[in-house]
Design a protein around this ligand. Structure first.
Ligand SMILES: Nc1ncnc2c1ncn2[C@@H]1O[C@H](COP(=O)(O)OP(=O)(O)OP(=O)(O)O)[C@@H](O)[C@H]1O
Length: 355
């Protein structure tokens, strides 16, 4: 549905050149919910605006639904753009017009009759759950309701693609979830292809089937969500994932308060992660039954991403050195990833160190 190839966007500010997007290529299939995640200034907004040519790239090509957008004449581009809806962080509604008029506005240039337009506006507002707000003004709505109006307006011309530029960043967590649920419903019922840019991996986790991670204008990692969450390759990707799973915060607390974890010489503080089938294996109980290794679970979390379970645990494993070694081999063979964070030997030698 969308193929960006070797996109470069450079801005000239006074005598300075800012390269906002650098050699980015990505491919979005029809029906994807594609997340682009990155910290502020990474180039996400610039990149997403390239998809509908709100931002013309300095170099590269933009193909949407089989059309080379950069080759289109202004009139053709206007009609291609109608098939690409967009929503924004601050909703961009017209405050002096009613909700009805906001949604009706993009239909003014359509070929629909007045009664067809009326029917369409009402249908759209029903789809987003706002049938009772036709005559209200934006100032009378909550942030979540305003975003629903913006979504209805973006769908007025039956687009195939919806671009979401930080669409939930101004919303509280509960409202964010309800908007993401609505987007998921639109993806599933209308077959809408969605591109979401966000700085929150939590958003990606809720709704996306694919994700690209951006840093300093480049994509540092991209792929399907399960592979990225279970085997992140890039440090930045790991950082983003850890913020969404809370595992790093827990580890930080444990490291800041060593009294929470009393490690004896043969104890190991480990982070254990697994994906898919391993969750049904009673791996933890096997450690005790087969290898005489006791496991104290300090933190456990299972996420279901695209119907695939992904688990993360922080545990203290205790046993003899040889039993621990065998247990680690067993976990490795069971496709369970183990990262040793600290061990009793290490911790106790640190305690004994002269200041
Ligand atoms: N019109 C412009 N003129 C000059 N520089 C720009 C322009 N638009 C963006 N930039 C610069 O390009 C870089 C990327 O900005 P962009 O807004 O795309 O990042 P972002 O990842 O979307 O960040 P945020 O989440 O804060 O919006 C930044 O250094 C920004 O200052």
């Amino acid at each position: 549905m969308i193929t960006l190839s070797n996109i470069q966007v450079t801005f000239e500010t006074g005598s300075q050149l800012v390269t906002a997007v650098q050699d980015v290529s990505l491919h979005v299939d029809a029906g994807d919910v594609y997340g682009i995640v990155g910290y502020s200034g990474a180039g996400k907004s610039t990149l997403v605006r390239v998809i509908n040519l709100l931002q013309r790239p300095t170099a590269g090509s933009v193909e949407v639904n089989g059309q080379d957008l950069l080759a289109l004449q202004p009139k053709e581009l206007r009609s291609a753009r109608k098939k690409i809806g967009m929503i924004f962080q601050h909703f961009n509604l017209m405050n002096s017009r009613t909700i009805y008029d906001n949604v009706d506005y993009p239909l003014k240039s359509s070929k629909l009759s007045k009664s067809e337009r009326d029917q369409k506006v009402k249908q759209l507002l029903e789809l987003v759950g706002l049938s009772d707000k036709l005559n209200a003004y934006p100032s009378q709505l909550s942030g979540g309701q305003k975003q629903r109006v913006a979504i209805a307006r973006a769908l007025a011309n039956d687009p195939e693609i919806l671009l979401c530029d930080e669409a939930t960043s101004a919303l509280d967590p509960k409202t964010t979830l309800s908007i993401l649920e609505l987007l998921k419903k639109l993806n599933q019922t209308l077959g809408l292809t969605i591109v979401i840019i966000t700085h929150e991996m939590q958003v990606v986790k809720e709704i996306c089937n694919k994700v690209a991670v951006m840093e300093a204008g480049r994509i540092v990692e991209q792929g399907d969500i399960v592979s990225i969450f279970s085997r992140p390759q890039n440090t930045l990707t790991r950082d983003f994932i850890n913020t969404a799973t809370h595992i790093d915060q827990t580890l930080e607390k444990l490291t800041l308060h060593p009294s929470l974890v009393h490690l004896k010489d043969n104890d190991m503080l480990c982070k254990i992660s697994y994906i898919g089938d391993s969750t049904s294996e009673p791996v933890i109980s096997e450690l005790t039954a087969r290898y005489r290794v006791k496991t104290n679970i300090l933190f456990a979390n299972v996420e279901i991403l695209q119907q695939t379970p992904i688990g993360n645990l922080i545990v203290v494993m205790s046993g003899s050195a040889s039993d621990l070694k065998e247990a680690l081999h067993y976990l490795q063979a069971a496709q369970v990833n183990v990262e040793i964070i600290d061990s009793g030997l290490l911790q106790n030698s640190k305690v004994g160190d002269p200041a």
